[in-house]
Design a protein around this ligand. Structure first.
Ligand code: ZN
Length: 221
């Protein structure tokens, strides 16, 4: 693995930035790809650019505005409020097929640049019900991509079975806790680092961080 080239699907958020550090540790050459789908917060793209530059990673930004055209949604439209899913419904941040499209285009890019490994921060543990974050979907798509391009890609999902606290732990083990905490953007209201503190993404991120920091204190006692 160490001598291979990898592509990281990268949004500039906590999860994909942790994956970027993970990739830099595990692969010789790493490139990042960010999808521009007219995100509600244009800052996401800027944050991703800055992080990639700072880490010396070649950064591809691909136009995916068709996603917004197909599926107007709380992540792309200012006039739609973010709300959590209730009674088993998907939250309205769900964009049908988003990971299918992102991973497929990452596969095409990987083929173009000669990368065998594709890394994505999808996670089934803090599962919001997004069907294309499930492990079985990623495995299925891996087979499909390989068949479609006659490649031997390996899709890696370092966060698939860990929770938010463990994702912070992983960042810490990679020597990137402060970097991830201070530089990434996860907040639905577009506020870098600790965010607005009120939106579902901020609450999840903070709960995980508090849990991890508490576990460190317990370890010392
Ligand atoms: Zn927030």
């Amino acid at each position: 693995m160490k001598n291979d080239k990898a592509i990281v699907v990268f949004s500039g958020g906590q999860d994909s930035t942790t994956c970027l550090f993970w990739a830099l540790k595990n692969f010789k050459e790493v490139e990042a790809v960010t999808f521009d789908y007219n995100q509600r917060h244009r800052l996401e793209i800027e944050v991703a650019k800055e992080i990639a530059t700072e880490l010396g990673v070649k950064h591809h930004i691909l136009d995916m505005s068709l996603l917004n055209q197909l599926a107007p949604n709380a992540l792309t439209r200012d006039d739609i409020e973010v709300s959590a899913g209730e009674d088993g419904e998907l939250p309205n941040t769900f964009v049908p097929g988003r990971n299918l499209l992102f991973l497929s285009f990452a596969g095409v890019l990987a083929s173009q640049v000669g990368a065998k490994h594709i890394i994505t921060g999808v996670c089934e543990t803090d599962f919001s019900g997004y069907p294309d974050c499930r492990d079985i979907f990623v495995k299925s798509l891996n087979v499909t991509l390989n068949l479609s391009m006659d490649e031997t890609f390996v899709i890696h999902t370092p966060l698939m079975w860990i929770n938010k606290a463990e994702t912070w732990k992983l960042a810490d083990e990679l020597g990137a806790l402060d970097f991830v905490r201070e530089r990434t953007l996860t907040c639905y209201n577009g506020i870098i680092a600790d965010g607005c503190g009120e939106c579902p993404a901020c609450k999840l991120r903070k709960a995980g961080l508090d849990q991890y920091l508490d576990s460190l204190k317990e370890g010392v006692e």
